[in-house]
Design a protein around this ligand. Structure first.
Ligand code: MN3
Length: 206
């Protein structure tokens, strides 16, 4: 935990040029240092406002605060998951799922190809800014594909997130312009299935 009880930007687990050509150095650097940093700053600014108002005994618009805070914290957390569920192609990135996750994908979707098709269709059709995600329901033992609008809308609260893909335009516009489908074709070259599988194994244990 940070000593000031504030968020800090986590370092990427690889170099800025490590995911090229799926994601270029420029694309990744901008996304991490400007956009992810923006959610860190946004959440921390709200913490400061809250701390100040509590100290002074003054009132804030709690409806607006709650909404803004969930937006920035959602953005902060999802980007952390996104960076971690990618790796350089051929060095942990790409290929197909293995282990327990492979078995579960085949059980629930029939095949990896079918999963990919459903995941891409859901993620490509997110309206405006948002994310595609693979989650897991502990009660039914089912893998579920979900859309997250913006950072904080349409989620199954508390379902563990196994794989997330950012489809805000800032995630792909430098490399792919408006071609979200092309980005979603190439992202599979850098998905880190080992990480996704270990998230799945941890979710099942929980
Ligand atoms: Mn983003």
């Amino acid at each position: 935990m940070d000593q000031n009880h504030m968020y800090t930007l986590p370092a990427l687990p690889y170099d800025y040029n490590a995911l090229a050509p799926s994601l270029s150095e420029e694309q990744l650097r901008l996304h991490h240092t400007k956009h992810h940093q923006g959610y860190v700053n946004g959440a921390n600014a709200i913490f400061e406002k809250l701390d100040k108002s509590r100290k002074e005994g003054s009132d804030l618009d709690q409806k607006a605060i709650a909404r803004e805070l969930s937006f920035h914290i959602g953005g902060f957390l999802l980007h952390g998951l996104y960076w971690e569920n990618m790796a350089p192609a051929g060095k942990g990135g790409g290929g197909a799922p293995s282990g327990e996750l492979k078995k579960q994908i085949e059980k629930d979707f029939g095949s990896f190809e079918r999963f990919r098709k459903e995941f891409v269709a859901a993620t490509n059709s997110v309206e405006g800014s948002g994310w595609g995600a693979l989650s897991y329901c502990i009660k039914t033992g089912r893998l579920l594909v979900m859309q997250i609008e913006k950072h904080n809308v349409n989620v199954f609260p508390a379902f563990p997130l196994l794989l997330v893909v950012d489809v805000w335009e800032h995630a792909y516009y430098i490399d792919y312009k408006n071609d979200r489908a092309k980005y979603l074709e190439n992202i599979w070259n850098v998905i880190n299935w080992k990480t996704v599988n270990s998230r799945f194994e941890n979710a099942k244990k929980a």
